[in-house]
Design a protein around this ligand. Sequence first.
Ligand code: 13P
Length: 250
Amino acid sequence: MRTPMLAGNWKMNKTIPEAVALAEALAKVEIPAGREAVVCPSFVCLVPVKKALGSSKIQLGCQNMHFEAKGAFTGETSAEMLKSAEVSHVIIGHSERRALFGETDAVVNRKVKAVLAAGLKVILCVGEVLAEREKGVQNDVVKTQLTGGLDGVPAADLARVIIAYEPVWAIGTGKTATPEDADAMHAFIRGTLAALANAQVAEATRILYGGSANDANIDSLMAKPNIDGALIGGAALKPESFTRMIQYKA
Ligand code: 13P
């Protein structure tokens, strides 16, 4: 049994007062039993958001992390710093990090290992760009990202890895993958995990969908057997839509 997860990636949005207001609104939301909710604000908002969440079951994640433990890495943030801010989940390898900040599978792999070594949980993002889907090579692209990103990660540590399939052409565009297409890719990812680790790990790993997921399409996405949750951008920035998504109808 995989516990569904609804995770909000706030990206580079919200000042501290705005982030606190959103967290305060979400803190009042009833999280249905057997579901997990996570919010991933910017670094500067982590501590105030955690405080605003109070005793809510909503967990705190962030959007990036450096793989080195400490030292002369100007502008970067370490695992221990994130732990001291009570972060539990770290998004690694988001397509925006890959495309805009040059993160390769090798860098993603170092980050994944550093997150796991620190005892935190990873949300590892994979997904093809439009040209790759049009060429029909999306499975190869995603397999390479998974194999590279998880290289050398022991099967036992995969219990703390969540995969997010985010087709780049669906991010922020209003174009969602159809639930059928997303489910097919999720099944492919599960098969790849079985080959990389074993069938038990593949069965237990949660695979989230991301890319224009919203309050109108969440029910049909969650109805698919291989879709275990969503990584949500724009629709996570408003309390009403994120709340509706947490409370999707099974
Ligand atoms: P949107 O939901 O805004 O398309 O963003 C998806 C995403 O990139 C989440 O990480």
